[in-house]
Unconditional design. Structure first.
Lengths: 176, 317
């Protein structure tokens, strides 16, 4: 197992992503954050509080994408997580989606479908803490905490203090 | 989980997980989302040998909201009236490609027979078999109770529930007793002696012949329909007499706890087991039960059908 991001590095990456979101959208007007459960939700909440301190308060929500997955028939049914819409909705907004790890891109495809059911955002952007490569769909992230080249056999494990008691990103398995 | 035939088939944890799923589905479908793509390409057959309004419409809506294809079958107007057997009917459906069969039948055990016979490979959901069980009704009732007494609680310990009326003919009562007990609720069944089933002691719940005795102590009062169509002898002298002893009228309604809720699985005999004023009062959650029914049945269909195709438990003959 090797540590690729420690707590300080995660915090700095999230701060940088926050600044990039402000820069890219020329402020935070009509920007809303949507986290993909489980860990993407915590990242969205953290970015929302960073943005509140460096720019202005911003709405965030959570988007459970389970019912839109394309691998439902490959695994036993999994429990659903909570979907919470931002107070003013997503219609006409610039939506920034958050996930912990960008891998095949299938989760994001499902998220785009789920988002399409909820309304028509002006634009959708994607922020991830880790991009580990091995995409199976034409999807890329707009904001990346850290690019980590991995072998397909390895597992990237993101721990966040809200649920795992500590902040870190580790790689396990495979030969490195 | 391959079939849902009886509340006995599921653990308390599995029941709570179905209720949690239903709660998240309520979140998900309360806004603009009316339809989810989850069961696209799956076929759900509603196989109804007995009349039904709520249950059939509810399963129909639940399957459609998950994008499944739905085939409705009613015994009336089908070859059943020409004498076709359950086996042949089921195998016809199987040949047409059914992933789940929702069955209601007048004979107790019909769903189990279908699931265990090896006639079909589909998942079987019991939507009421004779006077035996109606598990999705118990689940939707539990969902409704949970919404009123703590949406995140994982048991019903400390809740007092009265189930009142035609216990002997009621599959709703049987499934509810099993589930409520599993979740730790304190259950009392109340009915005239003729409508209490023989061997009630073995149910593991309190029973009483007097509705007025402890009415103030209940958090939930579940009224059951008097099933006149199943009554081939005199179980009580007449409707007025039944009403006076076991009907929920305004006086009894007024005696309930401030937070108590009144439930009824429908269809209601207004004026018999429940007065119109009670049925339409603010304590009545009858219509909530109906909308919750769709969510709970979506959750059940999701649990049974979303995963990989499961090999049939019985070998196909």
């Amino acid at each position: 197992m090797s540590l690729v991001l420690d707590s300080g590095e995660i915090t700095r990456a999230l701060k940088r992503i926050s600044h990039e979101i402000v820069e890219h959208n020329h402020g935070t007007d009509s920007v809303v954050l949507m986290g993909i459960p489980t860990r993407g939700s915590f990242l969205a909440a953290r970015i929302a509080s960073i943005l509140a301190s460096i720019e202005s308060p911003i709405e965030h929500g959570y988007l459970d994408i389970t019912m839109h997955r394309d691998d439902l028939r490959l695994r036993p049914p999994r429990p659903l997580a909570e979907t919470v819409m931002p107070a003013s909705g997503i219609e006409g907004k610039h939506v920034v989606l958050f996930d912990d790890v960008l891998f095949s891109g299938r989760t994001i495809r499902a998220a785009l479908d789920a988002l399409g059911e909820l309304g028509r955002p002006q634009s959708v952007q994607l922020a991830v803490l880790v991009d580990r490569g091995h995409r199976e769909l034409p999807i890329r992230a707009d904001y990346v905490g850290k690019n980590i080249p991995t072998s397909i056999k390895e597992t990237v494990k993101v721990s966040l203090s809200e649920i795992d008691g500590k902040d870190c990103v580790e790689i396990t398995g495979g030969e490195r | 989980m391959k079939h849902l035939l009886s509340i006995n088939d599921i653990t308390a944890a599995e029941a709570i997980s179905i209720l949690d799923t239903a709660a998240q589905l309520q979140n998900l479908t309360s806004g603009t989302v009316k339809k989810l793509p989850t069961l696209r390409g799956r076929t759900v057959v509603n196989l109804f040998f007995e009349d039904s309004t709520r249950t059939r419409l509810s399963f129909d809506a639940a399957a459609k909201r998950l994008s499944a294809d739905v085939t409705n079958f009613a015994a009336k107007g089908s070859s059943v009236s020409k004498g076709e057997s359950l086996k042949d009917t089921a195998q016809t459906l199987q040949a047409m490609g059914a992933d789940a069969i929702v069955i209601r039948h007048g004979a107790s055990g019909a769903a189990k027979r279908l699931a265990e016979s090896g006639w079909v490979s589909a998942s079987i959901i019991n939507a009421g078999d004779g006077t035996h069980e109606h598990p999705t009704q118990a689940l939707l009732d539990a969902f409704t109770i949970r919404k009123h007494f703590g949406p995140t609680r994982s048991d019903f310990v400390g809740l007092k529930v009265a189930i009142v009326g035609d216990i002997v003919h009621s599959r709703v009562a049987r499934s509810n007793v099993l589930l409520l007990k599993k979740l730790g609720a304190d259950v009392t069944v109340i009915a005239p002696p003729t409508l209490i089933p023989y061997g009630i002691e073995s149910w593991g719940v309190a029973h009483s012949f007097n509705l007025d005795e402890d009415l103030e102590s209940f958090d939930v009062v579940m009224m059951l329909r008097v099933q006149l169509e199943r009554m081939n002898e005199a179980y009580f002298p007449n409707g007025r007499e039944y009403s006076r002893g076991y009907g929920l009228d305004e006086v009894r309604l007024g005696r309930l706890k401030a937070h108590a809720i009144v439930m009824h699985p429908g269809p209601m005999n207004r004026g018999l087991e429940i007065s119109a004023a009670s049925a339409d009062s603010v304590r009545s959650v009858v219509l909530e039960q109906v909308s919750n029914g769709v969510l709970v049945r979506m959750a059940v269909l999701y649990q049974l059908l979303a995963g990989p195709d499961q090999a049939a438990t019985g070998v196909l003959a």
